[in-house]
Structure formats: C-alpha cells, structure tokens
Unconditional design. Structure first.
Length: 364
C-alpha cells in the first residue's frame, strides 16, 4: 500500500541540511513511514541531535564514494521504490533527482527539493530542464532563487519557496561544558571552511577590533582549507582568532548562545552565493539564536535586509569588516535594535512552522 510511505534520497550527509531535519520530524509526527537513502551520515549523534529515534524512520547509507557509490545509490533507490511502493518520493538536489528519473515514479508524488543550483553549470542545467518536466512538485529555499529558477529552467507552476528555517519547537539547553570560551567576548563564524566565504578577510579584520574581543570560526573542513587557514592565521600573528574543526552540534549551539554576532559572508562564485537571503543556513542560525549578523553586500542580501533589518551589510574586505564590528561594539542602541529585529524575523517569518504551511497539501 502507498498510504503514508515516503522515500527521501540525498547524495550527502542529511544532517548538514537543517531544513531537511525539521521536515523529517514533521513527517514522522504525521505518522509517515520513511526510508532515508543517503551517501553517509558522518556523526549519528549530530543526526539524532535533531531527530528522536523512531521506528518509522529507516536510514540506508551507501558508505561508498565515486562511481561505485553512485551505482549503489541508484540500486538502493530502485530496490526500496519497488519494495515499498511509496506515496511520495523526495529527491534532494541534482544527483538524487537525476538517478530518480530512471525509476518508475508514474504513480508516485515526486518532489524535487533543490537546495543549490548554479547557472554556470550549463551541462547539468540542460539535463535538469529536461528531467523536471516529469517532476510533480519543486521546492526552492527562497523566493528570490525561485524567481531565478522559474526564468531559467522554464518551470512556471507547482514550484514553491520554503526558506531554510529552524522550528519553534527546537530548544537548546545551554551547557557550559560544551563551550570552554563562554567567559570570552567573541564573534562567531559557523559553517564549512572553504575559500569562498571571505574567511581570510574576516580573520585579518581582527587586527583592528577592540581589545579583548575574539573571533571563533568553527565548522567542517573541505579540500584541506582548515589547515591553510590555520597557517595563514599563524603567519599573520592573528592572536584573536580561534579555529575549531569538526565541532559537534552540542558545541555548535553552545557557541552560538554566547556569541555577540555572527558572519554570513559569501563570495560571488556561483548563483546560489548571489541569492542567500532567507536561504543561508548561517544566517538562519543567527536569526534563530537572536544575534545580529554581518552579511555580504549583494543585491539579494540588500533586499533581504531592507525588509527585515536583522544584519549589518559589509564589503568582503578586512577594513570594512573591522569598521562594522567596532560599530556594533560601540553602539548598544543599534545592537539591541538588531537583536529585536532578529527575534521578530524568527517569530513572524523565518520559522519552519510558517514555511511548511506553504506546502502542507503536498503531504496530505
């Protein structure tokens, strides 16, 4: 029977996608039986940080990379689709959508959840334009990205925006043992270590910050960038910079709880980076935690901030970042105004409960 059976497939670690975690919780509460097929889960403690163990959730990992990983990924999708005959099949991002196309989903509600796309990826985009004709519904993580997607992928209907947001039900119990820096006065930059987030510029800016103010950068490292940044920090003698690699979510949220403000800077390397307002997981971490943020000066962020006033816009260079950091340290009125606006943004708009209402009918 199809009733209340869902397959969700993603070629990645699902715990990296916070909106997916809240969607899983939502579907489990609706008594769906879920098969989650993924590349791998690096840390199950992080996964179950968001989700309670539930007999209605079965996790299937490929635990392989490269072409053998792809083969197993497709086989698992094929096997479970045939075995349980799901009512709904959700493909997360391009790779999952591509392999799902070759399954028999004619009598299944097929949902494509596209978290990222790049208009410069001409080959993938040409394939996607063809394949999405077979897809019943498409989800995009912001209205501005949705507008770009509609225009460039010739999809006009049954496409919805759902921002990456935290649930109002998600509560964090602050524990000092997970934050040995709780006595320090610090700013935070959470997220992956890579060369497209102005990390060196943020680190350099600390040379000009007020005394006894620190910067904590924490997250996962890609392509060895953590080690490169570590060498850079040492070579520049940046004593206010604290680098933390592969922190778990207990420490992640404990660090957030005590931070003054956070950084969500993006270099304009692709389409997704140019449209991060409402989409950025970093920004939504800060909104949820009720702390101001520094965001890059691009049209999408400018439009976002004009409406919600949660952040301070900066140029991605050390001097401007330092000026804006010191401004927030010196102007308490501005600081508490921004905190107020973050709370309003979360309560009124950027929460999972508000966003899921847009697509509840897809799961009826």
């Amino acid at each position: 029977m199809k009733q209340n059976k869902i397959i969700i497939s993603i070629w990645s670690d699902p715990s990296m996608y916070l909106n997916l975690m809240f969607l899983l919780n939502y579907l489990l509460k609706k008594k769906f039986k879920i098969i989650l097929i993924c590349e791998k889960i690096d840390n199950f403690k992080d996964f179950y940080f968001f989700i309670k163990k539930n007999s209605n959730l079965e996790i299937v990992q490929t635990n392989l990379t490269g072409k053998f990983g792809y083969i197993k990924f497709f086989y698992l999708k094929y096997f479970y689709n045939k075995k349980i005959n799901p009512k709904i099949f959700i493909s997360i991002n391009f790779i999952s959508m591509f392999f799902s196309f070759f399954l028999n989903l004619k009598k299944t509600r097929w949902i494509y959840y596209n978290f990222d796309f790049d208009l410069n990826a001409k080959f993938n985009n040409s394939i996607e334009k063809l394949l999405i004709k077979k897809i019943n519904y498409i989800l995009i993580p912001s209205q501005s990205r949705l507008d770009v997607y509609k225009k460039n992928f010739n999809r006009k209907n049954k496409i919805y925006s759902i921002n990456n947001c935290f649930s109002k039900e998600f509560k964090i119990k602050y524990l000092k043992k997970h934050n040995k820096f709780y006595k320090k006065k610090y700013f935070i930059r959470l997220g992956s270590f890579s060369n497209s987030h102005a990390l060196k510029e943020i680190a350099l800016s600390t040379k000009y910050w007020k005394k006894n103010t620190f910067l904590i950068m924490a997250g996962k490292s890609y392509h060895g960038y953590f080690e490169k940044l570590k060498k850079f920090v040492k070579s520049e003698n940046l004593k206010k910079v604290i680098l933390l690699k592969d922190v778990n979510y207990y420490m992640w949220f404990s660090l957030l709880k005590r931070a003054i403000a956070g950084f969500a800077l993006y270099d304009p390397i692709n389409t997704s980076h140019n449209y991060m307002g409402g989409t950025s997981q970093k920004l939504n971490n800060y909104i949820y935690s009720n702390i101001p943020s520094f965001i890059s000066k691009n049209n999408d962020f400018l439009t976002f901030n004009k409406k919600y006033k949660t952040s301070i816009v900066v140029n991605n260079n050390a001097n401007d970042i330092a000026v804006k950091v010191n401004k927030i340290l010196n102007d308490k009125k501005l600081y508490y105004f921004l905190k107020k606006k973050n709370r309003e943004a979360f309560t009124k708009e950027f929460n999972f409960e508000k966003q899921i209402k847009k697509i509840e009918k897809l799961f009826s």
